[in-house]
Structure formats: structure tokens, C-alpha cells
Design a protein around this ligand. Sequence first.
Ligand SMILES: [Ca+2]
Ligand SMILES: [Ca+2]
Ligand SMILES: [Ca+2]
Length: 208
Amino acid sequence: MRSIKAVSVSILMIGMVAMLAGATLCYFDDAEASTGDTTTAGTLNLEYRLYDADAPPGVNIIFVPDTSWQDGTNARFVFGNISSGDSGHMTYEIKNSGSIDGYVDLNEVRGSGTSMNVTVWHDEDGDGIEEDGETVIYSGPIKDLKGNGQNFDVNILLNANGNTYISFSWIVTGSGKKKLKFNFELSQNEYGDYFKDVETSDWNEFKE
Ligand SMILES: [Ca+2]
Ligand SMILES: [Ca+2]
Ligand SMILES: [Ca+2]
């Protein structure tokens, strides 16, 4: 009898452990996009900042508001006094300040205006130069990024406490205002259907 009872208790305990494990997984499955939520299993939090930019002499570059880390807040670059033929780049640094690894996508990339081409890439070393082995995310006119924008399922693995860079090179091909904005999304899995954190840039501006 004693041994049968012991077996029963063991089965009961296995059942309870399975229930607890199931509950933890469900919690992750059901979590909505938010800013730096905490779970019992760890945290997933994305932050970004304006890192670096360049442009021809005579073009003004303003970091708005500054180069501090953004977490639930917005930042942007403003280039002023640009003219047709000018080119340059802007680099954003992103980091995973949570305790679990995640995957980064670039979503809702939206352009306003015409007469500018951009190339967006995973600038692994953050030097603003597109090198062999660095993944190009988009290359083309900003007018093709109108409406709700385009989503780029790039799945950049960003380990807990890790950081990396996304750069945009641009070339002005005509007159008129041009703007560009986008979301960085850090997700627990590659499909963005689990726990995730989204940060949004402000409209980057390119003014004459
Ligand atoms: Ca965040
Ligand atoms: Ca590079
Ligand atoms: Ca993804």
C-alpha cells in the first residue's frame, strides 16, 4: 500500500508541474505588445537612440531631441538645407535591455514625399558603411513606402543585453519635402506572435 501511495503522489506532482509549465507558456502566448513588461520568466525590452549621421558640407544635421536612449519615447534626425544630388546616412543604435533574447524586425516603414532614394541595412559594426555580409533590408524610392508602410521580417537576433545598428543611406533626386519613419519590433520569436516590444521613430525630415 505504501508504495502505491508514493506512486500516486508522484503522478500528482508531475501533473502539478505540467500545469504550472502550461500556465507559464500561456502567459507568454497571450501577452500583448507593450513597453518593457515584466514576466515571471524574464523581461524583453527594446530601446533605441540616434547614433550617427553625415551629409555634405552646408547641410545641417540635428539630433532631435538628442542622443539619449528612447524607451517608449520618440526621436528623429532632421537634415536641413539639402538640395538635389546630396547624399548621406543616418544610423540608429538598438539594444535589448531585457533578460531574454529576441528577434528584431523593421515594421511600418513609411515615406512621405518623393525625389529621394534610401537603402536600409543591418549595419553590424555601426560605421554607416554598407559592407559585404551586412543584410540589405530595403533599397529604393521612398515613394514606394507610402500608406501604412512596409514590414520587413528581418529577424535580427538580439541577445539579452546585446546591441546592434540599423543604418539608412539616402540620396536626394529632386525638390520637395521628404520624410521617413518606422518601428523597431523586438519579439520573443521570429514570427512576432509572442511577447514583444515596439519602439517608434519620429518622422525623420529632409528639408531644403
Ligand atoms: Ca521599450
Ligand atoms: Ca557597416
Ligand atoms: Ca520577425
